[in-house]
Ligand binder design. Structure first.
Ligand code: SF4
Length: 221
């Protein structure tokens, strides 16, 4: 019988786990710092002053019980579309069961809203229910907001991250991209993401990472 250590001796397995956790925390910190710097770079004195007005009026209203409305919104959420290619069972888009009007966000309406608010707006969220990439004008709208120096974030089910879309996403200036992955095997993944293909999502994520490297871009984080 050999005295050689088994491949995963408990002592070394523990060390590997420690190193893995450390690297995970380190990467998390790197992501946080890079994202924060991106956000701070898009701030201006007018935006900070406006946010302070909004927060002050909120607390004054609470303390005095008298409504005070100061400043303009510093964060906005736009839903690029209500449509989705998947059928997640807890989502009105997945269930095709909206009780409100559906369709794509109109680029004209978006632009006029941003034109009115851009010098006070810090944070723009491009998702709610629906898959943003289904709206053909989605990335043009992101670029419009980026050019107005607004921090942008979106969330996707990851089925539309072709090389063309990955490149367009990076060039749009999108700051943060969330890719939803709910499972590590196709079986577990499709229990919620009904109609989804895990390998396609993972391939989309790899494409995005490779395109960021190719274009030497730090965003989207
Ligand atoms: S992928 Fe998102 S938008 Fe589409 S059905 Fe699922 S939860 Fe809803």
């Amino acid at each position: 019988m050999s005295n050689a250590l088994p491949k995963y001796h408990p002592k070394f397995l523990g060390l590997n786990v420690e190193i893995g956790l450390f690297l995970q925390k380190f990467n998390g910190l790197r992501f946080f710092l890079s994202d924060t710097i991106t956000f701070l770079k898009k701030l201006s004195i007018a935006k900070v002053y406006n946010a302070l007005l909004v927060i002050t009026s909120f607390y004054l209203t609470r303390w005095t019980k008298k409504p005070k409305v100061w400043g303009l919104p510093f964060s906005l959420s736009f839903e690029p579309t209500t449509a989705c290619n998947l059928r997640c069972p807890e989502c009105p888009s997945g269930l095709r069961s909206f009780t409100r009007p559906t369709g794509n966000l109109k680029a004209d309406f978006f632009r006029s809203s941003i034109d009115q608010l851009h010098d006070r707006l810090m944070y723009l969220i491009f998702y709610f229910q629906g898959e943003p990439y289904i709206n053909p004008s989605f990335l043009d709208m992101v670029q419009f907001a980026h050019e107005k120096k607004i921090y942008t974030i979106t969330s996707t089910n990851g089925h539309f991250l072709s090389p063309e879309n990955a490149e367009k996403t990076i060039r749009s200036g999108l700051d943060r991209l969330i890719i939803s992955v709910d499972g590590t095997t196709q079986d577990t993944y499709e229990q919620y993401r009904i109609g989804g293909k895990l390998e396609q999502v993972l391939e989309g994520a790899r494409t995005m990472v490779a395109m960021k490297k190719k274009l030497k871009s730090k965003t989207p984080t």
